[in-house]
Ligand binder design. Sequence first.
Ligand code: NAD
Length: 483
Amino acid sequence: MVSRIIPVEDFDLVIFGGTGDLARRKILPGLYRRFFAGQMPDEARIIGAARSDMDQMGFREMVREAIFEFADKKYQDNKKIDRFLDHIDYVAIDARGEAGWEALKGKMRADVVKAYYFSVAPSLFGDLAKRLQSFGIADDKARIVVEKPFGRDLETARQLNKDLAAYFDETQIYRIDHYLGKETVQNLMAVRFGNILFEPLWNSQYIDHIQITVAETVGVGGRGEYYDKSGAMRDMVQNHLMQLLCLIAMEPPNKFEPDAVRDEKLKVIRALQPVPAHHIVRGQYDATADEPSYREDAGDPRSRTECFVALRAEIANWRWSGIPFYLRTGKKLRARGSEIAVVFKEAPHSIFGPQDAKSPNVLVIRLQPDEGMTLQVTIKEPGPGGMRLVDVPLDMSFAEALGDEVEDVPDAYERLIMDVIRGNQTLFMRGDEVEAAWAWTDPLIQGWIERHDVPKPYDAYSDGPDDSAMMLHREHRRWREIR
Ligand code: NAD
């Protein structure tokens, strides 16, 4: 196979919070895999910057351990890791003070791309942005990468945007949502806009409804108290689920370019209708014989924060008028899985008679586990016995079709970090998108606060509260099974 990996241009990447959980689990092992694949230039450098009083050697050992802990076995080659570690440096720094900044400045090279990854609490974003400027290391080639949560409501998101805009241009700000870096999510755009087959059917005339599910089997466990301050709506819906909704619902951009794509996504968010109370179901998991309930995990017996939410959204525009978008996400559900299901309308007339009427076509875009796409179609059951119909999935997952070439598909974080170096913002959220998303979610949250809404209890490892199934049942629909 001919390698299609094109090395990116030379860079200095600084990871603020380089000793933290996210850096160790995702960012550093991801960078190593890009190095392993041959995408990192020889001169490129990765500089950890965090509060811990550590030296270069100490940090390198931490990176090695992170690779052994979080990268796949096939990448665990000590010689390769040693060569990767040659690229790694460290500086102890205080985001809020002066310590470490001159040292960092001394390490930054003049004419290369400078990427500053803010893998720290959002309360430090403004301080970091300010110091990058005041220490003169934020030139035209500089860009910053910021993590979620981007605000906890419209007001705080606006403030964060302002804090960053004081020092960086929007073209230098990369707001990361790792869902957008997933292979299938991009494949969704390729399938929609690269084929003539789907787009003519992609509207209220042919689509009955759309389901977006992000289900987790884990509870909130050790971080319950922290989670209890946000909840499923803020933690998942406002960002990940809405981004997926945008990609499914947006109009074709005229080019696959950052602002063309993001303009179309923004229009979708702005066209979202307010959601009435009876179209939102919130829940909290109950205790099992050996595991605590959500409220116990959260350390508050009266917590009203939801760890499950299901809602019915509508987009008021020509294409989608009247079509429900059902969104749901939750903790401790039956299975772990994220998918988008586009459920088409039934054929207008069954020539085979009602007894053979089969399920409608469903296009399933699966994000995890086993990324891929399937299209459920009705065919004749092979063999004798007359015209018996059967539903089969037409598998469009790239793994089989493309064979070896997908061996080294980068994971979401890797791909997005390489996009930062390349200066491609297509898969990053723009400031106005984030604000528009909060402008839609804020009143929903405010609504349940004012109604003193109490989340419904649900059995751990189930499909969530019964009311969630009822919401669809009332409209003669049902959720797809969480598998
Ligand atoms: P963490 O608590 O594990 O690490 C925080 C890091 O920030 C440490 O390296 C620490 O040294 C550094 N730090 C703290 N105060 C500092 C200061 N004053 N100056 C310099 N460095 C300082 O946090 P994390 O889990 O790695 O998360 C980092 C960010 O990423 C947070 O905003 C979090 O919400 C977000 N995030 C994390 C995950 C995840 O899976 N961990 C997922 C999505 C988003």
